[in-house]
Design a protein around this ligand. Sequence first.
Ligand code: PSU
Ligand code: MN
Length: 305
Amino acid sequence: MNQYIDIHPRVLKAIRNNEPVVALESTIISHGMPYPQNVEMALSVEKIIENEGAVPATIAIIDGRIKVGLTPDEITKLAQLKNVLKVSKRDFGYCISKKYNGATTVSATMLVASMVGIKVFATGGIGGVHRDAQQTFDISRDLEELANENVCVVCAGAKSILDLNLTLEYLETKGVEIIGYQTDELPAFYTRESGLHVDYQLDTPEEVAKLIHVKWSLGLKGGIVVANPISKLYSMDKSIIDQEIEKALLLAKENNIKGKEITPFLLSKIKALTEGKSLDANIQLVYNNAKLAAQIAVCYEKLWL
Ligand code: PSU
Ligand code: MN
């Protein structure tokens, strides 16, 4: 395929045979969650996808090789390593030419998925337009790849560390549809509600599969965001999590945290401020997204039969 990419044999076989495959990102492992919960999450999420009849493909850069489909040993190694680069589009050349380890963000994972022909991707939350972006210009590369790459991204919306209203506006400009899964409200990651409306609600994996099939059959380039709210069982109290997010944002400002460091910084502060409750919610919503992504991938492949 490409001299810098290694595809796990099981993933390669599935891609060649048009069997359902679900891509998974690795920044969530190395920068989004602490050890050892990150390993447990990364291994369990693959099992959930397998149980739905799809093949999981966790994507990362190991010793300068792009890996599509990690072994359990590689997942465990990545989860414990320090100095893993957080890789988005602009970091590939450096990371690979120096033979470093890199964790792929949503944007980088979409790029690799697109290179190898994986259509569905599960994650926790996408990046977006940061609050104060009017001054900082901090808009996640995730939104650019959503505009460019034909991958369906299943997430729990985005965290309100971002300006969610501007994130919706930006996606609209870029022509990226956001589908509320069984909801007409944008979920805000830890909570089911954000106060923001999404224009389109779909209620089954079949409906989502049909929508993506139509979009790409028309030659319309770009991703689709499926916003799948965290289950009621694990969702957090909005007023509490909002307070903690405000505190974390203040700490980031006081410590002058910027650029690629800001999202990991905020995640770890929110975890500490909520005594780990945010991490539990984060893990559960990833599982919920993996299951739905696998169901969508299964339905999508059936449309071609
Ligand atoms: N949201 C999470 N956990 C994460 C991320 C987002 O709850 O680990 C990661 C994803 O990899 C996402 C990236 O693509 O952060 C966005 O970073 P930035 O804001 O620097 O673009
Ligand atoms: Mn940024």
